[in-house]
Write a protein that binds this ligand. Structure first.
Ligand SMILES: [Zn+2]
Length: 528
């Protein structure tokens, strides 16, 4: 598909990303930028007729893990987000970013990152090396990277279960500041994951101070999303109060059946924090199941001698007994998500070496006389530890309540790996437009939470709206037909109703087919 560098999208209704009512206008794309013309006014341009369709800003996924996805070289994975209309992804989430990784630390970081990024998990010393690397490989969507606290910590202390020394904190602060100055948008934490979970709040605060100073954002996958959700949110608020950093809660949820129905209390807590001046927002994905790595459901001490050591211990009966004790009885502060959800609700998503296990629950893989750890160990050992699971853990009404909170935006938390991934990777944005449009009030309101509001929150200039002079990241969609089709059983089914996707003025998806998988760039904070 080649279009000239100037063309007009004619006959559509513009949903401009601000939340205001749709209006008729022709959208001229010239030199990669937008110019609005009154309907029928623009002539002399090659035209794309879109009668009856909606022209919206490209969607911004505020919670993605596609940092090094181009290195995977998997066409299906590569197309999965752009065909939904996602033109920008905030990456580096949950503490996982492929930079800054000091020389000599790439092996430790490789095993830390490969769980989310896959075996192709490349690492980079600096932001610029990352940018050049992924751009050369070819990004479909733009990415706006955060610096992962897990990466900073593993790159400085490895997997040691202790507090960082003042000198180590200083080193992390320097590396963070360098990446932020080069263009990273902020910092993320994944405080339930090893080795980040060994960090006390003071360490995170010392880093958040640097983020606040440069004007970035702090995105946090909080320490505990089951029994201690309120305490964990308070930890995030406290870091914002102490440093002034804007705080963004990743994939806001309450997980585990005994907490269902508590979204009202959580939202009241968020509102109270806002009322006293904490600048807090959140992202939400429109599903009741979570997804993460299988080994992260084990007690935190299992990784304290490194992730490779964890996998060496899998066959040790004493180790299995200790794990079983902690899975059954808990460890103070630890969220114990697998037990909270129930092992019949934990389903294998990616098991490259035994694909027949994909779609099966841990409980289904247990022989009659086995404990959960016996099945878990078998799956981990067979796959050298690289196993992603889907965990049915949330209440549908809570999801709706969080998604419709005034200060929520949409984020998929998709993990771009082959196998049978959580369908949020391929369906999040059309699903919100289809199933949550009424709850959100209107199509315009739904689009706002995946475009304009997201661009403002993450300070992405020149994107997120259809307005004169902004970058032409655009989606042409059918408001009546738009829908997700991906399911847990068939996660690769593409959505319906997303006709064209344009990134930087270039067609990436045309007539619902990927036509150019290299239209994206790495965005830099403060730079258009
Ligand atoms: Zn997360």
């Amino acid at each position: 598909m080649t279009l000239p560098s100037e063309f007009v999208i004619r006959g559509g209704r513009v949903v401009d990303g601000s939340g205001r009512a749709a209006f008729a206008a022709d959208v001229i794309v010239t030199d990669g930028r937008i110019r609005l013309a009154e309907a029928g006014e623009a002539s002399g341009f090659e035209s794309v007729e879109v009668d009856g369709l909606v022209v919206s800003p490209g969607f911004i996924d505020t919670h993605a893990h596609a940092d090094v996805e181009p290195y995977l070289e998997d066409e299906q994975v590569h197309a999965a987000r752009i065909v939904q209309g996602v033109t920008t992804e905030i990456v580096g989430n949950c503490g996982f970013s492929p930079f800054p990784v000091p020389a000599g630390r790439d092996e430790v970081l490789g095993s830390f990152l490969s769980v989310v990024f896959g075996p192709q998990a490349s690492t980079f010393e600096e932001f610029d090396g990352y940018r050049e690397g992924v751009e050369a490989k070819g990004l479909a969507s733009n990415v706006a990277p955060l610096v992962g606290h897990g990466t900073l910590r593993a790159g400085t202390l490895g997997y040691e279960n202790r507090h960082a020394t003042p000198a180590e904190i200083e080193l992390m602060r320097e590396r963070l500041e360098r990446a932020l100055t080069a263009g990273a948008f902020g910092m993320s934490t994944g405080l339930c994951y090893t080795p980040a979970t060994y960090a006390p709040p003071a360490e995170v605060q010392a880093l958040a101070e640097v983020v606040a100073r440069v004007g970035g954002i702090y995105s946090t996958h909080i320490r505990n999303e089951t029994d201690l959700t309120a305490d964990s949110l308070e930890e995030a608020f406290q870091i914002s109060r102490a440093t002034g950093v804007p705080v963004h809660i990743s994939h806001l949820k309450v997980a585990g059946g005994r907490h269902w129905g508590t979204s009202g209390e959580i939202i009241a807590q968020l509102e109270a924090a806002r009322a006293e001046g904490v600048d807090v927002t959140a992202d939400v994905y429109p599903y009741t199941a979570a997804s993460t790595s299988l080994h992260s459901l084990l007690p935190p001490w299992t990784a304290q001698e490194g992730i490779d050591r964890l996998f060496e211990n899998l066959g040790d009966e004493d180790w299995r007994q200790r794990v079983t004790h902690d899975l059954e009885n808990g460890v103070p502060g630890w969220q114990n998500l697998g037990t909270a959800a129930g092992w019949h609700n934990v389903t294998i998503a990616t098991s490259v070496r035994r694909p027949e296990w994909e779609g099966k629950a841990v409980a289904d893989l247990m022989e009659p006389d086995e404990r959960p750890i016996d099945a878990i160990a078998r799956v981990l050992d067979t796959n050298r530890g690289k196993v992603v699971v889907v965990i049915e853990a949330m209440d549908a009404d809570d999801v709706t309540a969080f998604l419709t909170w005034d200060h929520s935006v949409v984020g998929s938390d998709g993990i771009p790996l082959p196998g049978r991934p959580h369908p949020r990777l391929t369906g999040t944005f059309p699903r919100v437009l289809r199933r949550y449009r009424d709850a959100l009030g209107s199509l315009e309101a739904a689009v706002n939470r995946m475009t304009g509001a997201s661009a403002q929150r993450f300070q992405i200039p020149d994107r997120g709206f259809v307005a004169d002079g902004l970058v032409a990241d655009l989606v042409v969609l059918d408001p009546d037909a738009v829908s997700d089709r991906s399911t847990y059983a068939e996660p690769w089914l593409r959505p319906e109703g997303i006709h064209h996707v344009i990134v930087g003025g270039k067609p990436a998806v045309w007539d619902s087919e990927l036509v150019d998988g290299r239209t994206g760039v790495v965005l830099r904070r403060g730079q258009a």
